[in-house]
Ligand binder design. Structure first.
Ligand SMILES: Nc1ncnc2c1ncn2[C@@H]1O[C@H](COP(=O)(O)OP(=O)(O)OP(=O)(O)O)[C@@H](O)[C@H]1O
Length: 507
């Protein structure tokens, strides 16, 4: 075979390529690593690195540069960083830490870098969001006015939470803090709220338990779990809540309602303390770095109720903080108390006495949520708080008195039944109409005929009776959001009929 080589054709191709050449100058900002260890790398040389910029070492390890000093940059690798070599080079990427975001994240379990860890494959995403982004300003917000129902009577009636609010859940270890938060997620089923559960520094088994619970109850359909367990590098534990907030923001700015649980920022603060001390930042109170308040406030301030122009999406944040022996005046608890719009205080004494959820109503507050409570709840719940407060006072003083007058005895009996009414099993949230029916029954004395130990059983039966035999009651509350006369008549009939039934059964 003879190949015909035509020099003019070849030269025209070469000429075209030369004409089409666009010189591209790429400036790479490189430094060397004089020292690496304890999860920190000092980088010498790169100029113009941004605070929090991503840096990449020769072996492909990505790190974040939080510490900018005059002659070096302190960086923390996002993995264990064991393959970074002393004397190796590091490149500044020009990018601030960011994660991919998309609707496909719903139903998945991811790590602090938004990579899937549930073994269900890659998550498609076409957009990126910075892990840290500025909180919405005053003009982009509107005041909280819609309720976020937790499904727990004690909270929804007396410490109500509104969409866009930040409410702290605080208490000693093993007092049911996580249970309150997860019940709130379970209660969002069918309410069009995307939930993000951020687990920081927990045991992997606890996170697996929470995820299984969500899966069993169909809550994963609207939930994203971000998890960095206790054995993860401190950097990732520190970043996890910001990643969670970025995912929630993606939905909030798409006009959706979101709920984010940070479980818990005290462990994040400990990870941050570890990072800061290794970076040789000066230690402050309890050896935390001076800007630990700022790190929590810029995280929680991102929760908001968006203005009308921005589409009225919302991000409700429920951070959880663990106290030691009920001490709320420690550094991190006081910080987070002052950042949030109120706190739900869980007490170990109540928990051990079998009052669960162990909410201490006396010292729990919600500063904005009452504006969001529906009218029907306001109508019945006002009396509940007052009666419980009077009961708490009487109970303390009745311990010393031997014979009490009839009125006091009655008030004590009422209080005991109301306290019983607030008890709720885990993973059994109640709808708002069920709560209204329950509270009305208690505050109007219909439970006084029963023994204290019968109350819980009776209320379960009553709620079932109302749902099946008086469905109009629920319809009225849902549609008008008011406890109308008609609703009251229906409820009174239901109480009368189911009490008769209950007493017959108990005989
Ligand atoms: N309402 C409830 N009724 C019965 N048991 C409950 C209730 N709430 C929580 N519990 C149980 O109490 C235990 C502690 O709950 P949980 O893990 O939520 O507490 P925590 O304060 O988050 O604990 P930790 O200190 O480990 O974070 C769990 O075994 C949980 O099942």
């Amino acid at each position: 075979m003879v190949i015909n080589i035509r020099p003019d054709e070849i030269s025209s191709i070469i000429r075209k390529q030369i004409e089409g050449y666009v010189p591209e100058v790429k400036v790479v900002n490189i430094g060397t690593v004089p020292q690496v260890g304890d999860g920190i790398a000092r980088i010498h040389g790169p100029n113009k690195v941004m605070a929090g910029e991503l840096v990449e070492s020769e072996d492909g390890t990505i790190g974040i540069a939080p510490n900018l000093e005059s002659d070096n940059v302190g960086a923390v690798p996002t993995g264990d960083g064991l393959t970074i070599q002393e004397g190796g080079s590091v490149r500044a990427t020009g990018k601030i830490a960011q994660i991919p975001v998309s609707d496909s994240f719903v139903g998945r379990v991811v790590n602090a870098l938004a990579q899937p860890i549930d073994g269900k494959g890659q998550i498609p995403a076409s957009e990126f969001r910075s892990i840290e982004s500025p909180a919405p300003g005053i003009i982009s917000r509107r005041s909280v006015y819609e309720p976020l129902q937790t499904g727990l009577i004690a909270i929804d009636s007396m410490i109500p939470i509104g969409r866009g609010q930040r409410e702290l859940i605080i208490g000693d270890r093993q007092t049911g803090k996580t249970a309150v938060a997860t019940d709130t997620i379970l209660n969002q089923k069918g309410k069009n709220v995307i939930c993000v559960y951020v687990a920081i520094g927990q045991k992997a088994s606890s996170v697996a338990q929470v995820v299984n619970n969500f899966q069993d109850r169909g809550a994963m359909e609207y939930t994203i779990v971000v998890s960095e367990t206790a054995n993860s590098p401190a950097t990732l534990q520190y970043l996890a809540p910001y990643t969670g907030a970025a995912l929630a923001e993606y939905f909030m700015y798409r006009k959706q309602h979101t709920l984010i649980i940070h479980d818990d920022p005290s462990k994040q603060a400990q990870a941050y303390r570890q990072m800061s001390l290794l970076l040789r930042r000066p230690p402050g109170r309890e050896a935390y770095p001076g800007d630990v308040f700022h790190s929590h406030s810029r995280l929680l301030e991102r929760a908001a109720k968006s203005s009308l122009q921005l589409g009225e999406g919302s991000m409700t944040a429920l951070p959880i903080v663990e106290t030691q022996a009920g001490d709320v005046s420690a550094y991190i608890p006081t910080n987070v108390i002052s950042i949030t719009d109120g706190q739900i205080f869980l007490s170990a004494d109540l928990f051990n006495a079998g009052i669960r959820p162990a909410i201490n109503v006396g010292i729990s507050v919600s500063r904005v949520g009452s504006a969001a409570q529906i009218k029907a709840m306001k109508q019945v719940a006002g009396k509940l708080k007052l009666e419980l407060a009077q009961f708490a006072e009487l109970e303390a003083f009745a311990q010393f008195a031997s014979d009490l007058d009839k009125a006091t005895q009655n008030q004590l009996a009422r209080g005991q039944r109301l306290r019983e009414l607030l008890k709720q099993s885990q993973s059994a949230p109640l709808s708002v109409e069920e709560q209204v029916a329950t509270i009305y029954t208690g505050v109007n004395g219909y439970l006084d005929l029963l023994d204290v130990e019968q109350v819980k059983r009776f209320l379960v039966q009553l709620r079932e009776y109302v749902t099946t035999n008086k469905p109009q009651f629920g319809e009225i509350i849902r549609s008008t959001k008011m406890f109308t006369e008609q609703a009251e008549i229906l409820l009174k009939e239901a109480i009368k009929e189911s009490t008769e039934l209950f007493l017959l059964q108990e005989k």
